[in-house]
Design a protein around this ligand. Structure first.
Ligand code: PLP
Length: 440
């Protein structure tokens, strides 16, 4: 029986951690988790990079191709109308999942494209595109863009490029030795020269949850827009963009049980309608002459060309699955796994846990350095036991540099991860220390 039909005892609003029976039912919904790798049952601890798909998501995508596949927003025939209906219904379900209105959800390929969309939109506004509506979004020399030292490259490089194109200055909020944002520097760094403040909700390296309300409040106090990288929060926490009052937020479907190729840009309606488009072409216009074009309102003005229809429908099935369990319950389950991970790793000699110390808040993710062993060797050793982790810089080179390491090993859990899997990881790392003779 699928978890969707077996759950309910706790209700989806409760924050009670998942029971053992629920967890077993959840795992049954994920075909990929049933396999062995290198002769061992797979222990998948790389959900921070990409998550696995439950059957309902796989079925939703296959059913679209078997029954409805057609061009959306273009055809007059029945199939095209049904495909358009499913595509727009998917948008409504995803909007509801994050507390947004339907017209505030723009489909993108992934979070990277969503963040670039905002940066290129501002860049186009700065070139004078978008008329009076876009005037407030223009930036130039003397203006500042603020990000943080812990960003994924996807939320750093687009702002570096925007600064280079417009002559604005890029500044950043530093992190301390534990990887926490130096919030005591906030008022000094975010000032009335600041036009954009872009930051991650949850660090993909540290597992820490940033004080985003404070960052958004400060951005608004100086008249700047706040851009949230929600890639590691939308899949794991109950995200409410309206309650946060954030201006833009970006996340990727493949990190929250959906297939690759679909992402979301949330934007406040007025801002989206003021932002000049980034990609142009079919399906985003009202009138085109040989000289000029009128654009549709958001979200369509940002959805040029043939869209990611089956992926959007699958993302809606994914958020239904998450909602069916309850994001508060998923967050509680993962917080517990995060504590177990941190406690276990911190006890191993030679292991340095990055980010929040044991006992401090973190999601179900932990990165660590094993003194004397390259993370690729740790990853290989674990893989021989069927344990999948991420190694390297996790697209966050400046943060690794700040913490004095070139690379780390990252274990990241999700709703389907068990205590036993976390314990296998910890035992595997302890054995790697023995095997490589890396005792402190
Ligand atoms: C915090 C964060 N931001 C942005 C991204 C980029 O996501 P994508 O590669 O799906 O665009 C990731 C992916 O690892 C991430 O963890």
């Amino acid at each position: 029986m699928s978890i969707q039909t077996s759950i309910a005892a706790e209700g989806t609003d409760s924050a009670a951690p998942l029971t053992g029976a629920e967890l077993r039912a959840i795992r049954q919904d994920f075909p990929l988790l049933q396999q062995s790798v290198n002769g061992h049952p797979l222990v998948y601890l790389d959900s921070g990079a990409t998550s696995q798909n439950p059957r309902t998501v796989l079925d939703a995508e296959r059913e679209y191709y078997e029954v409805h596949n057609s061009a959306v927003h273009r055809g007059a025939h029945t199939l095209a109308a049904l495909a358009t209906e499913s595509f727009e219904d998917a948008r409504s379900r995803v909007a509801r999942f994050i507390g947004a209105s339907d017209d505030e959800v723009v489909w993108t390929s992934n979070a990277t494209e969503a963040l670039n969309l905002v940066a290129y939109g501002i860049s186009n506004a700065s070139l004078g595109r978008g008329g009076e509506a876009a005037a407030a979004l223009r930036i130039g020399p003397g203006d500042e863009i603020v990000t943080t030292e812990m960003e994924h490259h996807a939320n750093l490089i687009p702002w570096q490029e925007l600064a280079a194109r417009t002559g604005a200055t890029l500044r950043f909020i530093p992190v301390d030795d534990d990887g926490a944002l130096r919030m005591d520097d906030l008022d000094r760094i975010v000032t009335d020269r600041t036009k954009v403040v872009a930051f991650t909700h949850v660090s993909n390296v540290l597992g820490s949850i940033n004080p985003v309300e404070q960052l958004i409040g400060r951005a608004h106090a100086v008249g700047a827009i706040a851009v949230l990288d929600a890639c590691q929060s939308a899949p794991h926490l109950a995200l409410d963009v309206a309650a946060l009052d954030v201006d833009f937020a970006a996340f990727s479907g493949h990190k929250m049980l959906a297939p690759t190729g679909i992402g979301v840009l949330y934007g406040k309606s007025a801002l989206l309608n003021a932002l000049p488009p980034f990609l142009t072409g079919g399906s985003m216009i009202t009138t085109v002459t040989m000289e000029q074009t009128e654009y549709l309102p958001a979200p369509q003005r940002f959805e040029a060309g043939t869209q990611k229809v089956s992926q959007a429908i699958a993302l809606a099935a994914a958020v239904d699955y998450l909602d069916g369990i309850g994001m508060h319950r998923i967050a509680a389950h993962e917080a517990r796994l995060g504590r177990r991970l941190a406690e276990g790793l911190a006890e191993i000699p030679s292991v340095r846990l990055l980010g929040p110390a044991v006992g401090r808040e973190r999601v179900g993710l932990a990165s660590f350095d094993v003194r004397g062993i390259h993370s690729h060797d740790v990853g290989q050793f674990l893989d021989d036991r069927g344990i999948a982790v991420r190694v390297g810089h996790h697209c966050a080179q400046p943060l690794h540099r700040r913490l004095g390491v070139t690379a780390s090993t990252r274990a990241s859990a999700y709703l389907y991860t068990t205590d036993d899997e976390v314990d296998q990881l910890i035992a595997g790392v302890a054995d790697a220390v023995d095997f490589f003779g890396a005792h402190a």
